[in-house]
Write a protein that binds this ligand. Structure first.
Ligand code: AR6
Length: 194
């Protein structure tokens, strides 16, 4: 079970419905910088080369530091053909407040990668991977909504559907979308309240 909230937990909802609060997952969306998140895991919208880039990937590399880059280089050795679109792998958060960074690669619309299932896989596999390492809280950016050219509203609807239908959802107390603008946060909030 999940509960949508845009203004913090309301535990009475759970009590009224007779559902144990322990089984609830809060899913919400805020405007912010994901590198400042104190959640157990943050997700990075990386590229197949895994060694950094622009956007949220660049920001995460800058904030996580050189040790994080060393972990990325180790991971890259296992993927000589490049890290696949829609795959996910957990690395230590190093200098970040988050314990883990989940590396995933979204589909690049400019390269003809237009299948929403690939984008959904980024969200669902990131949850699986974060649950595997014991994360209880996870923050996602708007994967593929920047350089990779997907429409923000489509990313929001795919992301929300993928998270809600994840078999790993109950491992988490809180799943949060951390968006880089008020406009994007509004789009995700609308997808959550649909
Ligand atoms: N916190 C949260 N969101 C952010 C942050 C931040 N600090 N910085 C940017 N965003 P993008 P993609 C937002 O381009 O489309 C990179 O070069 C941003 O405003 O980062 O999956 C990689 O190396 C946008 O809404 O990721 C790849 O080559 C969202 O994060 C490529 O870009 C995603 O934008 C991946 O492209």
């Amino acid at each position: 079970p999940y509960r949508v909230t845009v203004d913090g937990p309301r535990s009475t909802d759970a009590l009224v419905r007779g559902v144990s609060v322990a089984s609830m997952t809060i899913i919400d969306a805020i405007c912010g910088d994901i590198t400042e998140s104190t959640f157990d895991a943050i997700v990075n919208a990386a590229n197949s080369g895994l060694l950094g880039g622009g956007g949220v990937d660049g920001a995460i590399h800058r904030a996580a530091g050189p040790e994080f880059l060393a972990h990325c280089k180790e991971l890259k050795k296992h993927y000589p053909e490049g890290f696949p679109v829609g795959a996910a792998a957990a690395l230590p958060g190093c200098d970040l407040p988050a314990t883990w960074v989940i590396q995933t690669v979204g589909p690049n619309r400019h390269a003809g990668q237009t299948d929403p299932a690939d984008l959904a896989a980024c969200f669902s596999r990131s949850l699986t991977e974060a649950a595997r390492v014991g994360a209880k809280t996870i923050a996602f950016p708007a994967i593929s909504a920047g350089v990779y050219g997907w429409a923000p509203a489509e990313v929001a609807s795919v992301a929300v559907a993928a998270v809600r239908s994840s078999p790993d959802l109950e491992a988490f107390t809180h799943v949060r979308f951390v968006l880089f603008s008020d406009e994007l946060a509004q789009i995700f909030t609308e997808a959550l309240t649909d």
